[in-house]
Ligand binder design. Structure first.
Ligand code: G3P
Length: 215
């Protein structure tokens, strides 16, 4: 499974990239606003750090505006794909942009039907929001599983990004279900590294090493 980071924070991206495990980055208007930056400046900076897909979300609600924004954003760097919110206008825009070789990440996916339509229109990625379904008492991982099954049934090239990841168990579910990608917030990536028994083991090995030096 490929690992993306879900943030617009440049320092966090630099740090996780330095681990050697980062395959890409997703941003959205809320994450951009949180960093008090603007989209173009932010994705330009990210493209200098990470060698992999970078999602930049369009804010137009009509196909014409989305296509214009998509062309502009993808023109910044070859790794930038345009994120569009699932709706009829986004399907129309995806058809045009994908025919031009511009990758689309269809976001705010909450049903397998939406994912199927996005793939048919030519989206390179679909982003089902696992955590936000859990928030309303539905099972986010069931959605992920249904989409992965549907895409496997038809050898669909569109990649599934498990998004709205809230804790390490969501990452485990994405990997066991077979999602192509999980886009993960910084604090959850940090949690994935740690285990108390690992920390304890390191302490014990170092203590034994110190003892053996004294012999
Ligand atoms: O990738 C989408 C993600 O940023 C949404 O996460 O936690 O706002 O539902 P969340």
């Amino acid at each position: 499974m490929k690992i993306f980071i879900d943030t617009a924070n440049i320092e966090m991206i630099k740090e996780i990239n330095s681990w050697g495990i980062l395959d890409g980055v997703t941003t959205n208007p809320s994450l951009i606003a949180k960093e008090r930056t603007d989209l173009k400046t932010c994705v330009t900076e990210i493209s200098k750090i990470v060698d992999g897909p970078i999602s930049a979300e369009a804010i137009s609600l009509d196909a014409e505006g989305m296509i214009k924004e998509g062309r502009e954003l993808s023109g910044i760097h070859q790794n930038i794909n345009v994120k569009l919110p699932m709706c009829i206008e986004s399907l129309k825009a995806t058809k045009v942009l994908s025919a031009e070789g511009i990758d689309v990440n269809m976001t705010l996916i909450f049903s397998p039907h939406q994912a199927l339509l996005a793939a048919k229109a030519g989206a390179r990625f679909v982003s089902p929001f696992v955590g936000r379904l859990d928030d309303i008492g539905q099972i986010g991982s069931d959605l992920l599983s249904q989409i992965v099954t549907v895409f496997r049934n038809y050898d669909t090239e569109t990649e599934v990004i498990a998004a709205s990841i809230r804790h390490p168990v969501h990452v485990l579910e994405a990997a066991t279900i077979g999602a192509d990608i999980a886009t993960i917030p910084y604090d959850i990536l940090k949690k994935m590294v740690s285990h108390p028994k690992t920390d304890e083991g390191i302490r014990l090995f170092l203590a034994d090493h110190e003892k053996s030096k004294k012999k």
